[in-house]
Design a protein around this ligand. Structure first.
Ligand SMILES: [Zn+2]
Ligand SMILES: [Zn+2]
Length: 333
């Protein structure tokens, strides 16, 4: 690692891609272990559960190929860098109009607030600067070291496909190796038992995190939010509550009542208060995962949005301030 004159941190290829290499080695290792243990005896012996073993091997190989394919796509597809699409310009852009104090501005959409001094561009909506990638990323979700780059507008879909495939692979893996009928084949001998336990622990850890992330990302996509925007909405809800007062843990009912009042006044926190809410979960899903059902699971096709422009929820004003329910267009109230 070295620090350049401009103060940015430069890392070597291995430092940057360390997790990618580690993930690839782990995937290769667990697959080889499975083939080695379940597959031994299939080709040159006539074991009694030969047919079961062959179908298990076929199953794991198909899931492995799905996972490896999605992983490669997520690693090699750039998230979309704003500077490749937006012209550079000098500070300052036009002055910001004073926001209406009666409306809580939860997003600042004005160009002045979207200027990135490092990239010298006005960021498109939902774009954020990543300090790891040292660039503004379109529809920034988060920086993921396991794929060695950001998850953004152009690779979010492949990232989710990778989570789906990893969850399926690891759950199938655990489900089959923990079946009593398979255990003798996998762990005969004390040394083998230790290796077996080690491998099962790796797969179980991967299963736990990939399914958790998959559930989380699926929920966010349906709601039309990124990980970062999720935090912003939580903060906004916190602010709404603090305007009343802080609640102790035994005041759950009172707190619930205030949340209901806020929802009545400002809208549902996850959908109506989300400036990028597209009106339905189906539209949110298709916006990221595309229209083809095959593409919802396989790393093919692309997202519907290009990461450069997003329609604004009509419950918001032009300055990015949320309007009260009574000020919404009549059909939305
Ligand atoms: Zn930037
Ligand atoms: Zn990044």
């Amino acid at each position: 690692m070295r620090i350049t004159e401009s103060g940015t941190i430069q890392q070597s290829w291995l430092q940057r891609e360390y997790h990618v290499v580690l993930a690839s080695v782990a995937m290769g290792y667990v697959q080889c272990f499975y083939i080695g243990r379940i597959g031994s005896g299939v080709l040159w012996e006539t074991s009694e559960n030969r047919k079961t073993r062959i179908s298990l091997l076929l199953g794991i190989s198909v899931l492995f190929l799905w996972m490896a394919w999605a992983f490669v796509k997520a690693v090699i597809t750039p998230p979309g860098f704003a500077k490749d699409h937006v012209p550079q310009q000098k500070w300052p852009p036009e002055r910001c109009p004073t926001a209406d104090p009666s409306h809580p501005p939860i997003y600042n959409l004005h160009p002045e607030y979207r200027y990135c001094g490092l990239d010298k561009i006005i960021k498109p909506f939902r774009t954020h600067h990543c300090s790891n990638c040292q660039a503004c990323v379109l529809k920034y979700d988060h920086h993921c070291s396991w794929i060695g780059q950001c998850v953004g507008a152009r690779n979010h879909k492949f990232f989710v496909n990778f989570l789906q495939a990893t969850s399926a692979f690891t759950l199938y893996y655990l489900g089959t190796i923990l079946t009593p009928g398979m255990r003798p084949a996998l762990a005969n001998g004390a040394r083998m038992s230790a290796v077996f336990a080690f491998t099962a622990a790796i797969v179980a850890t991967a299963a736990f995190f990939s399914t958790r992330f998959l559930i989380y990302h699926t929920k966010l996509i349906l709601l039309g939010q990124t990980t970062l925007e999720r935090f912003q909405l939580r903060k906004f809800r916190q602010k709404q509550l603090q305007q009343n007062r802080s609640f102790s843990w035994w005041e759950r009912r009172k707190k619930q009542k205030v949340i209901e009042d806020c929802t009545r006044k400002w809208g549902d926190i996850d959908t109506e208060c989300n400036i990028w809410w597209l009106g339905s979960r189906r539209r949110g899903w298709e916006d990221v995962m595309g229209k083809s059902v095959w593409g919802w699971f396989l790393p093919i096709g692309q997202s519907q949005n290009d990461g450069l422009s997003y329609p604004i929820n009509s419950r918001f004003g032009d300055d990015g301030g949320l309007k009260k329910r009574e000020e919404w267009p009549e059909e939305l109230r």
